[in-house]
Design a protein around this ligand. Sequence first.
Ligand SMILES: NC(=O)c1ccc[n+]([C@@H]2O[C@H](COP(=O)([O-])OP(=O)(O)OC[C@H]3O[C@@H](n4cnc5c(N)ncnc54)[C@H](O)[C@@H]3O)[C@@H](O)[C@H]2O)c1
Length: 333
Amino acid sequence: MKKCVLVVGGAGYIGSHAAMALDAAGYDVLVFDNLSTGHAEFLRFGRFVEGDLADRAALDRVLTGGDIHAVMHFAAFINVGESTSDPGKYYRNNLASTLNLLEAVRDHGVDNFIFSSTCATYGTPLSLPLREDHPQNPINPYGRAKLAVEWMLRDFASAYGLRYCIMRYFNAAGAAPASLDARIGERHDPETHLIPLLLRAALRPGGEAEIFGTDYATRDGTCIRDYIHVCDLADAHVLAMERLAAGEPGTAFNLGNGRGFSVLELVGCVREVTGLPVRVRHSPRRPGDAEALIGDASRAVSELGWKPKFADLKAIVRSAYDWEKQLQSRTST
Ligand SMILES: NC(=O)c1ccc[n+]([C@@H]2O[C@H](COP(=O)([O-])OP(=O)(O)OC[C@H]3O[C@@H](n4cnc5c(N)ncnc54)[C@H](O)[C@@H]3O)[C@@H](O)[C@H]2O)c1
């Protein structure tokens, strides 16, 4: 019999790709999502239960229904800027609702829990590339709520024996390759991530993307980020779950490519891949943006046997471009 994995937030960008990877790896996928920022049309792998993490009765129903082998928790609000202006929204949904989920998981005896954390838990880097043991001093409520969940997981592990893995993503990007016809990809509203914004600037008549800060102490003055393909993230989740199930102790993994690209280098890559001009407008720095974020993911490589398949930035941008063209053609008709 197939093992059932509950994918919380599986109607969203990264969760839907994890559902696809789990399905391909032979798991029975059960998605739980309130569709607040997710998309019904991304529910293409496994079964779906609509519900909110804040609703304990809904969680009890979904966890009672089947023999759940593991929970993967992707559900969260993700807009860092909004977390600064409306912190309560983030502490309620990303922290308090996760406590609700963890208590339900504990009460229903589910052992394995994989959590979507973020490089935003590190705050301003003291050294690069960031390793998992770098001090964690997040500089916004989004990162602080994620870090608090990390601590909750450790406390639930020592009190109740929960087995957990913490996955700290760098910048998730790209989409399932067009050849798979998965019809899932990056679709946030509002979109704040640079690759889709640059692609929209390229594809839309009169389009323009805003670049925040051109006076950083970097090679061209713009911020540097580490981009990791969403399918590689999804694969790492499956590997982490299997490692946990094999009895390995809970730990945290960075998921990035270990290479930093500046905003202007990314603009150049989008121009090259699309063959289109990309108009950009230079704006002042945004408060809270770190100058450079690059991750050292060697722990995931050595302990999980993880091998990113899309390590090349052009391959990441190409898959995002294919998705964005598909999305634009559907939303403009
Ligand atoms: N996108 C990135 O670059 C990135 C980077 C680091 C970490 N992360 C983390 O990865 C996770 C997924 O991000 P994403 O980009 O796929 O976001 P997303 O908004 O596309 O997906 C989040 C999903 O969770 C659901 N959801 C939110 N609150 C819920 C609730 N209370 N109950 C039930 N469902 C709920 C939404 O409807 C949506 O389907 C998040 O936890 C995010 O913090 C993302």
